[in-house]
Design a protein around this ligand. Sequence first.
Ligand SMILES: *Cc1c(COP(=O)(O)O)cnc(C)c1O
Length: 480
Amino acid sequence: MNKDAITQMFSPDQFRETGYQLIELLAEHLEQQLSGRGNVLNWHEPVTEDKHWQQPIPQQANLDISGLLDKLKTEILPASLAIHHPHNLGHQVATPLPIAALCDLVAALTNQAMAVYETGPSATMLERQVLRWLCELIGWDTSEGVLTSGGAQANLTALLAARQHSADWNVWQEGLSAHSQLCILASEHAHYSIARAAGIMGLGSNAVIKIAADQNGRMLLDALNAAHSQCLLENKKIIAVVASAGCTPTGSIDPLREIGEFCVANHLWLHVDGAHGASTLMSQQHKHKLDGIELADSVVWDGHKLLYMPATVSAVLFRNAKASYAAFNQDASYLFNSGKMETEAFNVSYRTIECTKRMMALKLWAAFSLYGLEGMASLVDEGFAKAQLFAEKLAAQPDFELLMQPQTNIVCFRFTGGVETTEKFNQAKIRNNIVQSGEFHLTQVELHSELWLRTTLMNPFTSGSDLDELIESVRKHSGH
Ligand SMILES: *Cc1c(COP(=O)(O)O)cnc(C)c1O
């Protein structure tokens, strides 16, 4: 290929022209989704789709940018889950703020590698600023942390730090063998990434001891207490207690102050998985639900959920700044012994699994700068109020059952048809029918062997009448 062709690949003029066209196309796409036109999902069986999308590797250049944009418009976007559609009520995935999407474009073009300060000076500083804001909302002042790609990875990072802190030998260097058994106490509703982290850490997923929750999905202190005593009896070493704020199935928030006080009294590391619900701290109206979170040793907080960011951006935060280095202790020991702490601390790679990572802070920093805490909190308040509204609507239907009053923005329910035996109606089938019809997107959750339909109210443009329509849609697709 000649030099001109390569120059053309990087042409600023081409970038500008295509960029304008792309933004025009995406703005129309956003407009259409927000207005609720079209299906929330154009369902096709994945095996069929898999055949349709296969093509040989393109050999020659054809430079047909308009063809590419056309493909985006006619095939790629229509085969995407319409995330901004008011009928998209399934997962805890943000309807991203458009300004944040633009920031991600900046992150992509500037490609700051972030591992060390000099590969992203402003990216590093923005990250530190955003982390300070989040710590302040928790109620911590000299704490530190790091942004990572997703809550699952953030949970693993926090638990690695907890293990390093709690074991009385250097686990990183000496491994696990020949020492007392390590375990984690977590709510029965803890996210699967906790068990997965235990597996990755070589503890075995059985090392996660499940603590029973009450009817409202909140961890029972008595059960925690009992599990703690049992571990002492069996000579097991607890590396962390994991509380959820809120938990994935129902959005329930564990009693953080009680759990925190228990952990303080028993010298246990408290990890709060706030991937979903830590954003509640922004809301004047709802932040009391997280009372006691400041007692945590580590907190995970997802930006791509209730901070309305595009995926992925998650924070893992440590009350004790030094503990933020504990997860990857082998490198950090160099840090603390080299006398270079002051400058080395700005190299974020000491605190993450990732080496190269995306400039994730810009979008969060921009959203807070533009909309303020007040604006960001209004998104949370909006979602919580809508969950409340939906719960009221469901409770008023004779043929529906509400699992529990929502504590955040997740509402679980099922169709009973007004009869006693709910098994008569196959909730999974109802859900499949609805999802494949493209009318709504919702999820399901199994709790104590019973299946519930599950909605997450994340989209500020979902209206009361959309929720009425969903109720009708469930009736229609129940086959009765
Ligand atoms: C979403 C979620 C996770 C996983 O986070 P990802 O960002 O999807 O990796 C972990 N814990 C809880 C409570 C969650 O809601």
